[in-house]
Design a binder for this molecule. Structure first.
Ligand code: SF4
Ligand code: ZN
Length: 480
């Protein structure tokens, strides 16, 4: 790695995984308090890029109030004879990695959702301008990706300018995602893996197939292929699919082998298209969380931008800690938004027919993906704020899950049945579903996958229980 002697702070992979806590931060950019933020890489011609240039449009750090949250656009233009547009997404995803190499700059998430903090300590050491961040990135990118011949970085902090460029960035992201939509998993021999997030989640391996975008939403199959081809020693690599062990669940022998190896034996099997048994692991960068709602035997989906409690009473961040970290958490799944457009979207669990609730912020973004016949059947927080309202809504609107809710009477609790998936029926009932709590009102049910609690009798029918970790907490607002 090149020398960074003239920099006010150290730059090294040793800082990867660093966190800057609120009390230690000088300023932050993006994150939950800011609506407009993005990072975008564009490939340009050699003539269009001024190598080494860092521009700041809007106030720089010295002009920002200590402790403030600010809008930010990071715009990076790259050029090189070997670079084509396919690499934009890949280079963009490395902003996360290389920014985290800089002492005292924390970078989380991706694309339109970035969250960056500058530490007080690094500010005091002289990191008082975004210029250093930009220069550090240019130096790192050019050292690690030598095919980048020229690179310029623009930081936009002016709210109006960020807003203007934000729309353009969103358009470019969706164009990239749309490219992969025509291709099917069966048509390719290789899937791709990504282990970029192992610095945060050491057992996490993303599997990227044509019909399953990465959970961070930043890498399509095309992006991952371009990255693996141009940088075979980098975090992206090809995975020969091997034998199809279960085409509906999306289990392949080649994936299992690679995941075992890359997770150092921790993860042994992965289903690409199910949230049960052996779900894909989640690091922490997922765009959305799918969470199981036992009371309706369906799923809710909440996006990172959603504020407040989801229909189960839990916030995104509470569920994120249960979902992430690189483990397999049955019933919780971190996903990329584009995966909701996939023909294989949780097909083993029933696909869209199993979705009982989505946050309104997410709904706006995936309206086109919701099957026509379900459009008026899936509520957001505007129609259903809690489980009781959800049940009523699903019944009133004849959601495919409604039949089961009506039948669930205390004297004869039914065995949950899988939701038929057309054209491919689900081969078996879901084994881990049947936790039925017929004796208590649903308002008393803890707002998560039920765990044992004092005074509640839990009847388990035909259940197979595996416990990796059990945390029992008193949920806020639960009546005792
Ligand atoms: Fe790679 Fe997955 Fe992390 Fe995205 S979330 S950077 S694809 S490991
Ligand atoms: Zn991640």
């Amino acid at each position: 790695m090149s020398s960074f002697e003239e920099f006010p702070v150290e730059i090294s992979p040793a800082f990867e995984g660093q966190r800057v806590r609120k009390e230690d931060m000088y300023v932050e950019f993006g994150g939950p308090n800011v609506t407009k933020k993005f990072e975008l890489v564009r490939v340009k011609s050699l003539e269009e890029v001024e190598d080494g240039l860092v521009r700041i449009i809007g106030p720089d750090m010295l002009e920002l109030k200590e402790g403030s949250s600010n809008p930010l656009g990071i715009l990076i233009d790259v050029a090189g004879l070997k670079i084509d547009k396919d690499l934009e997404g890949v280079i963009e995803r490395r902003i996360h990695m290389y920014t985290n190499y800089i002492e005292g700059i924390m970078h989380l998430n991706q694309r339109y959702d970035i969250w960056c903090r500058i530490s007080k300590k690094s500010f005091k050491k002289g990191l008082t301008s975004l210029k250093w961040w930009g220069l550090g990135l240019i130096r790192l990118f050019k050292a690690e990706m030598p095919y980048i011949e020229k690179m310029q970085v623009t930081f936009i902090t002016d709210p109006v300018e960020v807003g203007k460029m934000f729309e353009e960035a969103i358009r470019i992201y969706s164009e990239r995602d749309a490219r992969a939509r025509g291709l099917r998993d069966e048509e390719v021999e290789l899937f791709y893996g990504c282990v970029l997030c192992q610095s945060f989640a050491p057992t996490h391996v993303c599997i990227i197939s044509p019909e399953r975008i990465s959970l961070c939403g930043a890498l399509t199959w095309f992006d991952a292929r371009a990255a693996a081809n141009i940088d075979p020693k980098g975090p992206n690599f090809p995975i020969p699919k091997g034998e199809p062990l279960d085409p509906v669940k999306g289990e392949w022998s080649g994936i299992n082998e690679v995941v075992q190896k890359k997770s150092l034996g921790t993860i042994k099997r992965v289903y690409l298209h199910s949230a049960f048994e052996y779900p894909h692991t989640s690091c922490g960068c997922f765009e959305c969380i799918m969470f199981y709602i036992p009371e309706v035997d369906g799923f809710g989906i909440v996006d990172r931008g959603f504020r407040g409690g989801a229909v189960n009473g839990l916030s995104f961040s509470t569920m994120a800690s249960q979902t992430g970290g690189g483990m397999q958490s049955e019933g919780f799944l971190g996903i990329g938004i584009e995966y909701m457009r996939s023909r294989k979207f949780i097909q083993a669990d029933g696909g869209w027919k199993r979705i009982a609730w989505i946050s309104s912020t997410l709904r706006e973004r995936v309206e086109d993906a919701i099957p026509q016949e379900l459009k008026d059947k899936i509520p957001t927080e505007n129609e259903a704020k809690n489980i009781e309202e959800l049940k009523k809504y699903l019944i009133q609107h004849k959601h495919p899950l409604a039949g089961k809710i009506i039948e669930e009477k205390p004297e004869a609790p039914p065995t949950p049945q899988p939701i038929p998936q057309t054209p491919q029926p689900i081969p078996q009932p879901i084994p881990q579903t049947p936790v039925v709590i017929p004796q208590i009102a649903s308002s008393q049910i803890p707002p998560s996958i039920p765990t044992a609690a004092g005074g509640i009798r839990i009847v388990l029918q035909g259940a197979r229980i595996k416990i990796g970790k059990l945390i029992i907490k008193r949920a806020e607002g639960v009546k005792q």
